[in-house]
Design a binder for this molecule. Structure first.
Ligand code: 5RP
Length: 219
């Protein structure tokens, strides 16, 4: 099966976590696009979706799925989103699509984060994928120096301004053995908007697309 077919498989499988007439949190990316398409095709009626990006909002509206503002809901049963990496405890790296800040906000509203990913995303230790960090533009150089002091290699993502008018540093060369401690530390640096480690808001479930079918991991 191709990676695209695995994404279609898990996008479809995520429908089992959608309760009709509830509000669903919806992430961003090519895997989530498959979920959005599956949701629209399923005919399951939901009360609305809270979206994590302009990209997902536009796709859902085009397919007739009502989109609500995050401030209109107090909590969500589920948040369904992809990941760039996920470890065997449900910690993730996210932000490859530059939507990490809104993704963390919507994930924080949800009781359960359902991660949908193809098997190439499963890792033992986070960090092979360059870690996205959204930063206030005036702090980018200062934050880059802090990462260099840790022995890592930050690269300012070219031609990328986020939905929040900020920039992204992609940080190579990290080996994140304690995701919760790393997230807590970097989140405190002045000018960091969001670090793409999701440990506090880690996955509760991962639907992993494999050649043998969808494997469900719970954490
Ligand atoms: C966007 C994300 C995505 O979930 C992540 O990049 C995975 O994307 P894809 O499903 O296209 O592989 O964090 O900010």
């Amino acid at each position: 099966m191709t990676q695209d077919e695995l994404k279609t498989l898990v996008g479809q499988a995520a429908l089992q976590y959608v309760t009709p007439d509830t509000v669903v949190g919806v992430g961003t990316g090519s895997t989530v696009d498959k979920f959005i398409d599956a949701l629209a095709a399923s005919g399951v009626r939901i009360a609305g979706a809270v979206s994590s990006s302009v990209r997902s909002t536009e796709r859902m509206k085009a397919l007739g799925i009502p989109v609500l503002d995050a401030s209109e809901v107090e909590s969500l049963q589920v948040y369904i989103d992809g990941a760039d990496e996920i470890d065997r405890q449900g910690h993730m790296i996210k932000g490859g699509g530059a939507a990490l800040t809104r993704e963390k906000i919507v994930a924080d509203l949800a009781q359960t984060f359902v991660c949908i990913a193809d098997e190439s995303k499963l890792v033992d230790v986070l960090g092979a994928f360059p870690l996205p960090v959204e930063v206030i533009p005036m702090a980018a150089a200062q934050i880059a120096r802090r990462f260099r002091a840790m022995g890592a290699e930050p690269v300012l993502r070219q031609d990328c301004v986020t939905d929040n008018s900020c920039r992204i540093l992609d940080v190579k060369g990290l080996r994140i053995t304690d995701p919760a401690a790393f997230e807590a530390e970097v989140s405190q640096w002045p000018g960091v908007v969001t670090v793409g480690v999701f440990a506090r808001n880690k996955a509760g479930v991962c639907l992993l697309g494999t050649a043998q079918g969808v494997k469900t991991m719970t954490f």
